[in-house]
Design a protein around this ligand. Sequence first.
Ligand code: TMP
Length: 195
Amino acid sequence: MLEGLDGAGTTTQMRMLCQRLDREGRANAGSWEPTDGPVGRLIRSILARRVKALPLTVAMLFAADRHQHLAGPDGVIERAGRGEIVVSDRYLFSSLAYQSIECGFERVLGLNDGFPLPELLVFLDTPVAVSQARLDRRTHRELYDGAGFQARVREGYLRAFEHFEGTGMRVLTLDGDRPVEEIHEAIWTETARLP
Ligand code: TMP
């Protein structure tokens, strides 16, 4: 699983990792949240401010989309069961980092109770100023834009990782400001160690 602030580069790294796994002949599946399914599309409309929803509704929608992502047809559980390495661009840690700001950590944790933890979690730790500069090149603005909000998201991530300490999940934190190839190599080294 790949996590990071908006503009951290998780999508780029997800694609690079899947291409590398392809080249190495290892069955894999790239996926992402919000998904492209009906709940994910509704979430995208909320993020783009086309549809309004209360913060807790949004947190519930992310959890519903996640359930579909995991348990739905061709979902993570099915793919992992076929022996594929599933690389997801965002997962429940995004909810703990983003939705906790308005809904509270414990509430969001409760909504995400029961979802399995990944074997490896990669956190692209990009300085807020760097990820913001990348986003400034974007034309549209989204719900969670802004350096102040993103700084709180980063705190949320750190709290979430602390919460899962001792669970056996490997957390690899990488400086997201490094060249993309270097980041990819670091992720690859860690992925190659997976059983
Ligand atoms: P993306 O830019 O990686 O496509 O993600 C869309 C936005 O959704 C991004 O701002 C992070 C946010 N998000 C949450 O707030 N909670 C979640 O659970 C997930 C998966 C994403």
